[in-house]
Design a binder for this molecule. Sequence first.
Ligand SMILES: NC(=O)c1ccc[n+]([C@@H]2O[C@H](COP(=O)([O-])OP(=O)(O)OC[C@H]3O[C@@H](n4cnc5c(N)ncnc54)[C@H](OP(=O)(O)O)[C@@H]3O)[C@@H](O)[C@H]2O)c1
Length: 220
Amino acid sequence: MQKKFPIAILGGTGQVGSALALRWAKAGHCIIVGSRNAAKAEATAQQIKQTLVSAEVSGAGNKKAAQAAEVVVLTVPYAAQRATVDEVREALTGKILVDTTVPLVPPKIARVQLPPEGSAVAAIQKLLGESVRVVSAFQNVSALHLKDFAHDADCDVLICGDDVAARDVVVGLAADIGLRGVHAGPIVNSAATEALTSVLISINLRYKIAGAGIRITGLP
Ligand SMILES: NC(=O)c1ccc[n+]([C@@H]2O[C@H](COP(=O)([O-])OP(=O)(O)OC[C@H]3O[C@@H](n4cnc5c(N)ncnc54)[C@H](OP(=O)(O)O)[C@@H]3O)[C@@H](O)[C@H]2O)c1
């Protein structure tokens, strides 16, 4: 494992956030589950401790969680992305923000519908400026697979961001939970990974499977 980080997971009570929390706690990172409701975050932290007695995990409101962490991971629905970032903005300066957001527009989530800015995550990098190193990752990994320790997620993680060193950290965090992270270029390329999620949802529907994923071929 690379360096241990205090990692805040905003919206860590949800599908993908709680799964990442459990996996990174198992890998030995210190996890702060974030929520709009501190008691709900603490309840999720306690659930993780029941599964993993040795886990270093606590719960807090999103802002406190972001303040306490070195790496902040955003796992809230697209409709809540901007408001959540606005709430914790001051705590993000100098940190890496890993944004998992996919700009799905229900009910047609199997259709690519990117925002006018081109990409939900690139828009957040633009909003925050260079003082926050935004990295886009995990959009194409099924929370169902992440939650199921018995299941091999069997996919790569495309990682986009303008700061290569920050991307390297997230490649390491993916490796810590058994996934191969692949550098996929600058933050604007997140448009492709965000769009790919609707493609994967279409594949899930057509082939009646739970979590299609992608593999990059040709890598050494
Ligand atoms: N599910 C997947 O398989 C998957 C895979 C890859 C990426 N993603 C992306 O990851 C993000 C989270 O997905 P999810 O399926 O984990 O979502 P989710 O379970 O529906 O929600 C995650 C958390 O976001 C918070 N939240 C919900 N509505 C909110 C609102 N209106 N304002 C502020 N916070 C709100 C809630 O936390 P509190 O109530 O505790 O605040 C909730 O537990 C999405 O952008 C999604 O596209 C999902």
